[in-house]
Design a protein around this ligand. Structure first.
Ligand code: GRG
Length: 288
């Protein structure tokens, strides 16, 4: 298996699926605002994780596409809302002007709301026997016990006093929860055992934390043109990041340790897990 070829194959499948995912009957300009952000590119990491987790046990990835699309919709909604002036106030996302810069703040709020609802509609419309379990996993990870809770802590931390405990809470919930969800959803859908699902969950947590540590490092060392978003904002906004709490050298070491742990969690799947193990290592090396 060539890693890049396999990643592109999975990413292309989700890209094609998403192209027609926003219904034609969504009123304008809401429909355009939703499509603008949903189809703006991005790595599609969360969708690829779901498809790859499913592929550990099953071959027909077609079945998993509505669920992979749902995860990308939730992720895109979170980016649109995070970029708003009331939150991180960003002008650039995925190398393009942010949704509110093009469609205005009100329409960007609605585009996020629309994508969040459409995600759950996409799961329900599949009528898959496991759909209810997947709704629960996604709602738990993206909602008030998950990403929304992490974002709440992130905003509060800007007021000062970022401790190690708070930092771990933010990284686990703001970022790792939405990396864990697709792993658990893909495995559940494929009929994995409880033990396999638990290993996938641990992989997601470790990979998610490593991913966010790398994000914190890139905000200091990265390149705006390559990243497609403005760098240096964490320090400007007094964010509680791995770099601000531990320093850049420790951040690099910790990103590496979390990645190593992530990889070990997949030993239970044998050779089938090579793609997901390689993906974790690539995440550590990423420049965007
Ligand atoms: C608004 C409820 C709410 C949550 C916002 C996504 C998020 C939570 C905040 C964005 C800022 C940030 C650093 C989030 C951590 C997760 C992260 C690094 C998101 C960016 O994900 P990528 O790099 O983006 O996978 P692409 O564009 O490739 O999809």
């Amino acid at each position: 298996m060539n890693f890049q070829d396999e990643y592109s194959r999975l990413r292309d499948r989700i890209e094609e699926y998403l192209r027609n995912a926003v219904p034609e009957d969504v009123p304008q300009p809401l429909g355009d605002a939703m499509r603008y952000s949903l189809l703006a590119g991005g790595k599609r990491l969360r969708a690829v994780l779901l498809l790859a987790a499913y592929s550990l046990l099953k071959d027909d990835i077609e079945t998993a596409l509505p669920f992979a699309a749902a995860v990308e919709m939730v992720h895109t909604y979170s980016l649109i809302h995070d970029d708003l002036p009331a939150m991180d106030n960003d002008d650039l996302r995925r190398g393009k002007p942010t949704c509110h810069k093009v469609y205005g703040d009100g329409m960007a709020v609605l585009a996020g709301d629309g994508l969040l609802s459409l995600a759950f509609e996409s799961i329900a419309a599949s009528e898959h026997p496991k759909a209810m379990l997947l709704v629960k996993e996604l709602a738990d990870r993206c909602g008030t016990r998950g990403m929304v809770a992490g974002q709440c802590a992130d905003l509060e931390a800007e007021k000062g006093g970022g401790s190690e405990k708070l930092l771990h809470y933010i990284h686990l919930h703001k970022t790792a929860d939405m990396i864990t969800a697709p792993m658990v959803m893909g495995l559940t859908l494929a009929g994995a055992s409880d033990e396999q699902i638990a290993c996938g969950r641990e992989y997601g947590k470790d990979l998610g934390i490593a991913f966010q540590i790398v994000d914190d490092i890139l905000d200091v060392t990265g390149d705006t043109a390559v990243l497609g978003k403005t760098i240096g904002k964490d320090a400007e906004e007094n964010k509680c990041t791995w770099v601000s709490v531990y320093g850049i050298d420790q951040a690099r070491q910790d990103a590496s340790s979390y990645t190593e742990n992530a990889v070990k969690n997949l030993d239970i799947f044998g050779d089938k897990a090579i793609f997901l193990k390689t993906l974790a290592q690539h995440t550590l090396m990423r420049v965007k």
